[in-house]
Design a protein around this ligand. Structure first.
Ligand code: TA6
Length: 296
């Protein structure tokens, strides 16, 4: 249902079959909460997050469009997360199975103002859904509606902040041996070593041509997040660690210990759409007890 969130910003609350829930702010089309059947919060939102446009909410799942990162003409991570989205009352039929009871369709279209900084027309439809088992599903459909015949290109990420009990007890499986661009070394290209990734310092890496499934294992909580993605070949891994954490006004000094960003993305190869063409990018998150997940 529609509700008032922080600072009176509108948000939609989704309630799943067995007690799971999710929340998405119309500001930014920004998911800020995903709870399991036991009411445990699975996403990280900083206690110092500023719920005040035009500042992006620090945490949850920021939508990075039409530019991931700071390498381009737009502000860092584009502008979709800084804009007010609307509830889409007449979306084209989303292919969805009937059990997907809890979902909301949001839409973002450019204003005259927006066209000044990114001169293209588009329709960006975002469906946020809770699956029957409490999985969180985000589906983005971006269509080029230019009437001037012009194609456009963009990069994209679901900049997901996972809540973890202790970053030094977290392992990520699925990115072993892959190439990555290291944002901390002028995006120089390296190859990841052969076993699960662990964390003991700042990390900011764009893994390329990654598998559709990545596992984030929280040892202490005996919980594994499974991230499944479609249409998003890359995966960004980010933890600011202590120095960067202190430099962010909307992030607590020691909050880096309790979060990890694993971001389903399309960065290395921008997506290009001709007028009338539509791209779909899907993210599906589930949280399972780790005992079921070794090596799956
Ligand atoms: O996803 C990694 C990253 O690009 C980092 O370089 C860091 O800047 C992070 O995004 C957060 O960016 P933001 O603009 O939300 O502060």
């Amino acid at each position: 249902e529609l509700a008032k969130g922080v600072n009176g910003l509108d948000k939609v609350v989704l309630r799943g079959a067995r007690g799971s829930s999710a929340e998405v702010y119309l500001y930014g089309g920004h998911v800020t909460s995903w709870k399991n059947d036991h009411g445990e919060e699975l996403l990280f939102v900083s206690s110092k997050a500023i719920f005040k446009p035009p500042k992006a909410i620090r945490g949850g799942i920021p939508i990075c469009f039409p530019q991931f990162g700071s390498h381009g003409t737009l502000e860092q991570h584009g502008f979709a997360r800084n804009k007010l989205w609307s509830i889409d009352t007449d979306p084209p039929p989303f292919p969805t199975n009937s059990s997907n009871k809890a979902f909301v369709d949001l839409i973002l279209k450019p204003s005259e103002e927006d066209a000044k900084i990114w001169p293209h027309s588009y329709e960006f439809r975002l469906r946020v859904a809770l699956g029957p088992g409490g999985d969180l599903m985000l589906t983005s459909r971006i269509r080029n509606t230019n009437s001037d015949g012009k194609a456009f290109s963009y990069t994209f990420a679901y900049h997901t902040y996972f809540s973890v009990s202790d970053i030094s007890e977290v392992r990520v499986e699925g990115l072993e041996t892959l190439d990555y661009l290291d944002n901390l070394q002028e995006q120089e290209r390296f190859t990841e070593q052969g076993d699960a990734i662990t964390f003991e310092s700042e990390v900011d890496k764009i893994y390329l041509s990654t598998p559709s499934k990545i596992a984030i294992i929280d040892h202490e909580k005996k919980r594994t997040f499974v991230l499944r993605k479609d249409g998003l070949p890359d995966a960004v891994v980010w933890n600011p660690w202590d120095k960067k954490a202190k430099a962010m006004a909307d992030f607590g000094d020691d909050e880096y210990k309790h979060m990890l960003c694993i971001e389903a993305a399309a960065v290395e190869k921008p997506i290009t759409l001709k007028p009338g063409e539509e791209w779909k990018g899907r993210l599906e998150l589930s949280a399972v007890p780790s005992s079921y997940c070794s090596g799956q």
